[in-house]
Design a protein around this ligand. Structure first.
Ligand code: ADP
Ligand code: MG
Length: 260
């Protein structure tokens, strides 16, 4: 039994079946990459795992710490140790990044406004933030700003990774965190993720392109086409995709090339 186990997951969007039986076992300490052409169901997988209400589970199970997380609310999944970095982070007007991060951290620790021993103190919070901001090459001027408001594409993706670094999940899903980033931003993000790698964290890194996998070396690579894994293996699978793209699965137009 792996630490995080997806079994025969089937899910649909707007009445259309997208995930057609996805199984994947992740142990903490491992990095799994899921690669696939556009529209293959990568974000459907990430959203379904995290409990997005727009996605309907048609079957299967997802187990973490003996619980079927599909029965839990998204916030319960987060408290259990799951984290999703969105492909398209949303702007949340009215809530500052600092307030959001502190509240999320308190919530994760079970602070409900009463038991002060569970509360993250302002000093501890600043200390935690400082190191992470440096690694991500972000300055603290964005902390009083509303979540993602006016952030560039690269800043939004880095802000997602900052949340991950603060919340310290056990299973992290990164949905195309690399897409739309210039090479420097990819390196900053990769460095931050690599620092978090370790026996307490399992990572599912979803990507269209092999490039980010040069910086975040995966242990396993799975190819998702039309809602199913068509190939799984070690890092050599990414090398094969680097050369041939998704052509062998009928997606010749999806040759890996970065669109800025
Ligand atoms: P990927 O992330 O691999 O590019 P997605 O999981 O986003 O693929 O999409 C898979 C399929 O599901 C696509 O055909 C897409 O149009 C459809 N889809 C995803 N989300 C929605 C949605 N909210 N409403 C309607 N269709 C959707
Ligand atoms: Mg996607």
């Amino acid at each position: 039994m792996a630490d995080f186990e997806i079994k025969d997951l089937r899910a649909s969007v707007e009445g259309r079946q997208i995930l057609k039986g996805v199984s994947l076992a992740i142990d903490k300490g491992e990095v799994h990459a899921v690669m696939g052409p556009n529209g293959s169901g990568k974000s459907t997988l990430s959203h379904t795992l995290m409990g997005h209400p727009g996605y309907t589970v048609d079957g299967g199970s997802v187990l973490l710490k003996g619980q079927n997380v599909l029965e839990l609310e998204p916030d319960e999944r987060a408290r259990l140790g799951m984290f999703l970095a969105f492909q398209y982070p949303v702007v949340v007007p009215g809530i500052s990044m600092a307030n959001f991060l502190r509240t999320a951290l308190n919530s994760k620790r079970g602070y409900d406004g009463k038991d002060k021993s569970k509360m993250v103190t302002p000093k501890e919070f600043r200390g935690l933030l400082k190191g992470q901001l440096e690694v991500l090459h972000m300055d603290d001027s964005f902390l009083p700003r509303y979540i993602n408001d006016g952030f560039s594409g690269g800043e939004k993706k880095r802000a997602e990774i900052l949340q991950m670094a603060m919340l310290k999940p056990e299973i992290a899903i990164l949905d195309e965190t690399d897409s739309g980033l210039d090479i420097d931003s990819i390196k900053f993000v990769a460095e931050a993720v690599n620092r978090m790698r370790g026996p307490e964290l399992g990572i599912l890194i979803i990507t269209h392109y092999t490039r980010v996998l040069e910086f975040i070396k995966p242990d396993f690579v799975h190819v998702l086409v039309d809602g199913k894994f068509v190939l799984s293996g070690g890092p050599e699978v990414a090398d094969r995709l680097e050369k041939t793209g998704y052509a062998e699965w009928g997606h010749a137009e999806e040759e890996p090339k970065e669109v800025a």
